[in-house]
Ligand binder design. Structure first.
Ligand code: PGA
Length: 239
């Protein structure tokens, strides 16, 4: 499986920044996906012309209804989005999302025909207390959807996001192995087909070594995904 390079633009990007997505699409790079803010999805789908898969950073668990300010997975799919990120640690922290909420959103995303990137990861305090595997197990147990089809897991240590810090490559390998073990125990053989991404302070300088770690099927990139130059430099490191 060629590596997947997924950019999460978070709350960044105005109309003028669509040029970056157009440049990514025009580069011929494969396996590049971008989750711009909701406001840019429509335009991003148009300029990417299928060369870059466009997705949402979140969705509501319901398909429609009285939920002011929210966007459903069906609405994302209707815009031409192909995937949705659920359970990002910033949403867990800022919006109080629980594993049960994340599971409901993952189910909604799959039901709408989207690929779902489900984020998990430990805090610094949890890692220091030796709880990393227990936290990953607990998050997976509480948030995995019923179906392993169209499911991608992103391992994102919370303390590595936006900090410039990354785990050792051995720690990344250990976390991915632990996640894989859980996926195969949970889903059976289908668990082998679930891609696992690493996320947290990925840059052009460290992407190559991270993508070389066993069972790292790609990267989820925040800050370094905002320009085509930076994201394409990361994509160029893929084996
Ligand atoms: P970062 O963010 O690359 O800016 O650390 C990653 C993420 O939150 O997905």
């Amino acid at each position: 499986m060629p590596a997947l390079i997924v950019g999460n633009w978070k709350m960044n990007g105005l109309g003028e920044d669509i040029a970056e997505i157009a440049a990514m699409a025009g580069s011929g790079a494969r396996g590049v996906w971008i989750a711009p803010p909701f406001t840019l999805i429509d335009r991003a789908v148009i300029v990417s012309a299928g060369a870059v898969k466009i997705g949402g950073q979140d969705c509501h668990a319901n398909a429609k209804g009285a939920h002011t300010g929210c966007v459903s997975a069906a609405m994302l799919a209707d815009l031409g989005a192909g995937f949705v990120i659920v359970g990002h640690s910033e949403r867990r922290r800022d919006n109080g999302e629980t594993d049960a909420d994340v599971r409901a959103k993952a189910q909604a995303g799959q039901a709408a025909g989207l690929e779902v990137i489900l984020c998990i990861g430990e805090t610094r305090a949890q890692r220091d207390a030796g709880q990393t595997n227990a936290v990953l197990t607990s998050q997976l147990s509480g948030s995995l959807p019923d179906d392993a089809e169209a499911l991608i897991i992103a391992y994102e240590p919370v303390w590595a996001i936006g900090t410039g810090l990354i785990p050792t490559l051995d720690d990344v390998a250990a976390a991915h192995a632990h996640i894989r073990q859980h996926l195969t125990a949970h889903f059976g053989p289908a668990g082998h087909g679930v891609r696992i991404l690493y996320g947290g302070s990925v840059t052009p300088a460290n992407a190559g070594e991270l993508l070389g770690v066993a069972d790292v099927g790609g990267v989820l990139v925040g800050g370094a995904s905002l320009t085509a130059a930076s994201l394409l430099a990361i994509a160029a490191t893929a084996p």
